[in-house]
Design a protein. Structure first.
Length: 119
């Protein structure tokens, strides 16, 4: 079974950048992605990266601001978030991705890391 551990969240001012990380333990062919969930809101899929060829996908809400990357040697997937906005405030989760695009499905995910953007 895959285990995912996120880190790197915190409090950041609007317009600034933050990079969060996800260490992946165990083997999977699944893409690794990120989703977030804010209080009172539904889970929102953000981005994913293929474990096979490194292809990436971004939701429209973060395209151009967020960048996903992986370091295979460190078994780590990163999400670089630029020009952060207060509406980006949420708990961010790393997950194995079953379906992405107009809808998202995740199989395993970590405990999450809190990102808070102040105005």
């Amino acid at each position: 079974q895959v285990q995912l551990v996120e880190s790197g969240g915190g409090l950041v001012q609007s317009g600034r950048s933050l990079r969060i990380s996800c260490v992946v333990s165990g083997f999977t062919y699944r893409a690794i992605g990120w989703f977030r969930q804010a209080p009172g809101k539904e889970r929102e899929g953000l981005s994913c990266i293929s474990s096979v060829d490194g292809n990436t996908y971004y939701a429209d809400s973060v395209k151009g601001r967020f960048t996903i990357a992986r370091d295979n040697a460190k078994r780590t997937v990163y999400l670089e978030m630029n020009n952060l906005k207060p509406e980006d405030t949420a708990v961010y989760y790393c997950a194995t991705v079953l379906v992405y695009g107009s809808s998202w499905e995740f199989e395993d995910w970590g405990q999450g890391t809190q990102v808070t953007v102040s105005s």
